[in-house]
Design a protein around this ligand. Sequence first.
Ligand code: IMP
Ligand code: MG
Length: 168
Amino acid sequence: MLLDEATLRARILELGAEITRDYKGKKLLVVGVLKGSTIFMADLVRSLGPELDVQLDFVAVSSYAGKASTGTVRTLLDLRESPEGKDLLLVEDIVDTGLTLTSLTETLRAHRPASLEVCTLLDKPECRKTPFQPKYTGFKIPNEFVVGFGLDYDERYRQLPCVGVLRT
Ligand code: IMP
Ligand code: MG
């Protein structure tokens, strides 16, 4: 196991406190990238201060089939809330090559949010193929395929309460 539940939750509380400080007095639109971010997002938004003006939305993109990135990012589900004039915080499970978020942030900027930042639970900086850097990162991890806490291998293992390296 790479990250146990207690470690994950403690770090998410810290991220929530940091985001609460940074977005004080702003209109925050938290946008989860389906499906991997859902478990993280549920914990993250509950760690935001109750005084914050927060809305939630989701987008879905597809870039992976099994373990290999196809390099092509397709939008499967778009925003339902208008991000215009709001501070958009995109929540992702993991940044690997950075191709998904490079493409997705470009697409979302066209909707003219007041600002756009990314919060990822995990980051594999060694795998980057673009200069993309998330503003908020839970954990930097080595270049290994991980599952659990929302992350899948062919849609399985998302329900695991921890993050572990998949051995095949
Ligand atoms: P990127 O475009 O290469 O940065 O890939 C990002 C997406 O690939 C993430 O949103 C995940 O869905 C998936 N991904 C990358 N690495 C892993 C992993 O180790 N486990 C599970 N999914 C991964
Ligand atoms: Mg995925």
